[in-house]
Design a protein. Structure first.
Length: 278
C-alpha cells in the first residue's frame, strides 16, 4: 500500500511557465513558518517577551544559518572536498548533492549567537525556543525526502517496503525517511512541547540539551535501517556511518548542556524591559 502511494507521488508540486515549485521547497517554507508560530506561542506561555521585530530577526538569522550550514556541512562531511576546492562555485550548486542536517544544526546554533546579540535575548532562551520548534521542520523535510525518493533505507521484505527505483534499484527498501519523520519530527516535538508546558518554564538550556540527546539517539538508531551514502559507505566495521559518527558528539554535548541547565537553573528571559527615561 505504501509503495502504491509512493509510485503516484510527483516531486514537483506544479509548474507555471519557467517556474517549478517542488515539494522540497514547500517543506522548507512550511517548516520555517510553523517554527515561527511555535516560538511565538511558547514564548507567550512562558511570559517571555519576544515581539514581532525580534521574531523576524531570529527567523532571518536561523534561515541563513540553516541553509549555509546545511550546504557547507554536506560539502565537508559527505563529499570529496578536493572537488570543491578545484571548482569553488559548485558549493552553491544545491542541485548537485544536497544538505546536511548536522551542518544545518551547527549553522542554526551559530546564527543564534548573532540573533541573541541583535535582540538582546539570552542565547540559551533562543536556543530552547528554537529546539522546541525545530522538529516540525524535520518532519516536513523528511517527508519531502520521501517524495523525492532520496535518503532511502536498506533492503527489506517488510510489507511496507517501498521500491524507489533509480539508483536505489528495484528491491523494496525501508522507508527510512518516514521513520525519521515520526521519530525526529513527531515524537521529538511531542516530548519537547509537553516539557515546555510547565510553568514557570524549565531552566535555560534544558530544551537544547534534551533536543541534542534525543535527536542524536534517534538518528544513530535510524542509521541501522538507512542505506549509507554511496560515496562514503560504511566507515568502520560494516555498520558505522557518517550520520552515526556525527550524532555521538550531539548526545555528549546535549548531556553536558542538560546538566549545566539543571545545576545552574537560570530562568528563561526575553527582551529586556524598556528603560524608563528620567
Amino acid at each position: 500500500m505504501l509503495n502504491d502511494i509512493y509510485q503516484n507521488l510527483d516531486p514537483v508540486l506544479f509548474s507555471l511557465g519557467p517556474v517549478t515549485v517542488r515539494w522540497y521547497g514547500v517543506a522548507y517554507v512550511l517548516g520555517f513558518v510553523c517554527a515561527a508560530l511555535v516560538i511565538w506561542r511558547v514564548a507567550r506561555r512562558w511570559r517571555v517577551r519576544v515581539d514581532a521585530d525580534a521574531l523576524l530577526t531570529i527567523m532571518f538569522c536561523v534561515i541563513i544559518g540553516v541553509i549555509v550550514g546545511g550546504r557547507l556541512g554536506y560539502v565537508l562531511f559527505y563529499t570529496d572536498l578536493s572537488l570543491y576546492l578545484a571548482n569553488p562555485l559548485e558549493v552553491f550548486a544545491f542541485n548537485h548533492g544536497g544538505m546536511s542536517f548536522h551542518g544545518g544544526l551547527i549553522g542554526a546554533l551559530l546564527s543564534g549567537i548573532v540573533a541573541a546579540k541583535l535582540t538582546r535575548i539570552p542565547y540559551l532562551t533562543l536556543a530552547d525556543l528554537g529546539c522546541i520548534a525545530a522538529p516540525i521542520g524535520l518532519f516536513f523535510g523528511r517527508c519531502a525526502n520521501f517524495v523525492n525518493g532520496e535518503l532511502w533505507g536498506a533492503p527489506t521484505d517488510a510489507p511496507w517496503g517501498v521500491v524507489f527505483g533509480g539508483a536505489a534499484g528495484m528491491m523494496p527498501r525501508h522507508p527510512s525517511q518516514l521513520y525519521e519523520a515520526l521519530l525526529e519530527g513527531v515524537a521529538l516535538f511531542l516530548v519537547l512541547y509537553l516539557l515546555s508546558r510547565k510553568r514557570p518554564p524549565r531552566p535555560r538550556g534544558t530544551f537544547l540539551g534534551v533536543f541534542l540527546i534525543l535527536y542524536g539517539t534517534f538518528r544513530f538508531l535510524m542509521e541501522f535501517v538507512r542505506e549509507p551514502d554511496a560515496q562514503l559507505g560504511y566507515l568502520w566495521g560494516g555498520w558505522l556511518t557518517m550520520g552515526q559518527l556525527l550524532s555521538v558528539p550531539l548526545i555528549l554535548v546535549g548531556a553536558g548542556v542538560l546538566v549545566y541547565a539543571l545545576v545552574v537553573k537560570n530562568p528563561q528571559k526575553g527582551l529586556p524591559e524598556m528603560q524608563q527615561s528620567e
